[in-house]
Design a binder for this molecule. Structure first.
Ligand code: 5GP
Ligand code: ZN
Length: 114
């Protein structure tokens, strides 16, 4: 999708600190981290949000969660714990309309999030 920031990161047109890349998904460090570990996992293909992705391609939605888990393991937070978050829409604070799973860890994470 033209004019989509995360499509541009997925294609490599905009640089990012990539920690995982495969044919279907890319994981990269959030530019404004909210925790010591803060990685975003996105599909290469453009989908607006997690529900749209799951409806269009359930296997790809599952792959994103598997990549998020692998990232958490690689970042060393599998045992201490981590959070996966996918914001949808304005009241949830979704600022980039290309589905992304936040992987947050490395500190105590309050619940509910502010
Ligand atoms: P949202 O607010 O949509 O749930 O999450 C979007 C996230 O993307 C935010 O945490 C924000 O810091 C991150 N972000 C926005 N622009 C960039 C960018 O150009 N590069 C990277 N690596 N992260 C970005
Ligand atoms: Zn996109």
């Amino acid at each position: 999708m033209s004019d989509c920031l995360f499509c541009a990161i997925a294609s490599g047109d905009i640089p990012a600190a990539v920690v995982h890349r495969d044919e279907r998904a890319v994981a990269f460090r959030d530019i404004d981290p909210k925790a010591p570990v803060h990685v975003l996992v996105i599909p290469v293909e453009h989908h607006a949000n997690a529900a749209d992705l799951a409806a269009a391609d359930p296997a790809l939605a599952g792959h994103l969660l598997a990549v998020a888990g692998a990232v958490a393991a690689a970042e060393g937070v599998s045992e201490s714990g981590y959070r996966m978050v996918s914001n949808t829409g304005p009241q949830a604070g979704q600022s980039v309309p290309h589905v992304h799973v936040h992987v947050l860890g490395g500190r105590d994470l309050s619940w509910p999030p502010g």
